[in-house]
Design a protein around this ligand. Structure first.
Ligand SMILES: O=P(O)(O)OC[C@H]1O[C@@H](O)[C@H](O)[C@@H]1O
Length: 266
């Protein structure tokens, strides 16, 4: 038997407390970069995918023990409903407040809502990621409820005792980055404007093993035909080569302006 005649009447009597509702709404941001180290003069640089983590403060602002205090986590925090914030706005604000990093384009990739993921209650978290050149994370500085902010290689990250379900969030972000690396020209951010195919191969492999890229015979046959790169010529119109990473000269390439719609490395 219907109790109300109009939507307004129904809404006036609606009590959200009759239902289980979330206790909090948060945003988390995974910022990755590729760090490169030149180990030997005539060898290509060693490149490693790294992630920026914060160490959660042991105590909150009032001096009480902090939940998951002392653990490493990706930066994040609560969406400020009093200021009608969206999850994206909260992600950018929290990133700035906790790490001093500003102005990045971040991509939403998931919602984490498993009951029990946060011991304080049912907190639903929106996860964002970005892969940026190292100079963009150089101004990092811990503040607010972050005691430290550091870059860790992925090997190091997975050895840490991470807060909440952040290990799962990081693993999921990684699979998105792997796709980005082969479906977009993301690699461009980590290469000089003129680069050799082995330098391109090294950047692509920082996100994980892929036999189609790591097998030289496959990669070096396919790569020169990629539609979005072109050979660089010198002033005389001859192929321009480099010896910066080897004793044998290697052809230099550059990205052209073709827009990529589909994976092209495969
Ligand atoms: O850092 P505070 O504000 O304590 O809480 C935010 C964190 O709470 C967790 O559910 C989220 O994943 C987010 O990282």
């Amino acid at each position: 038997m219907a109790k109300y005649k109009t939507e307004k009447e129904m809404l006036d009597h609606y009590r959200s407390s009759d239902y289980i509702t979330p206790d909090g709404y948060t945003s988390d941001i995974a910022i990755f970069t590729i760090q490169s180290y030149k180990k030997e003069e005539k060898a290509p640089p060693v490149m490693k995918l790294s992630l920026m983590l914060i160490k959660r403060a042991e105590k909150d602002k009032e001096g009480n023990p902090n939940v998951e205090g002392g653990k490493w986590a990706i930066p994040g925090g609560f969406v400020d409903a009093n200021h009608k914030e969206t999850a994206l706005e909260a992600a950018k604000r929290e990133l700035k407040e906790e790490t001093n990093i500003d102005g990045l384009h971040i991509q939403h990739f998931g919602v984490y809502d498993r009951i029990g993921r946060d011991p304080r209650g049912w907190m639903i978290s929106n996860a964002f990621y970005a892969v940026v050149p190292e100079e963009l994370v150089e101004q990092r500085k811990a503040s607010d409820d972050a005691a430290e902010v550091e870059l860790f290689t992925m090997e190091e990250v997975f050895k840490l005792d991470l807060a909440f379900d952040h290990r799962q969030i990081i693993e999921d972000a990684l699979s998105f980055i792997k796709k980005d690396m082969i479906q977009t020209t993301l690699a461009k951010n980590f290469l000089p404007s003129e680069f050799s195919l082995s330098e391109l191969q090294r950047v692509l492999l920082t996100v994980g093993e892929d036999p189609r890229i790591s097998t030289d015979s496959v990669f070096f046959t396919k790569a020169p035909k990629l539609p979005f790169i072109e050979k660089v010529l010198d002033e005389k119109g001859q192929p321009k080569k480099t010896k910066r990473n080897s004793f044998r000269p290697s052809q230099l390439y550059r990205f052209n302006s073709i827009e990529i719609v589909q994976s092209v490395y495969h």
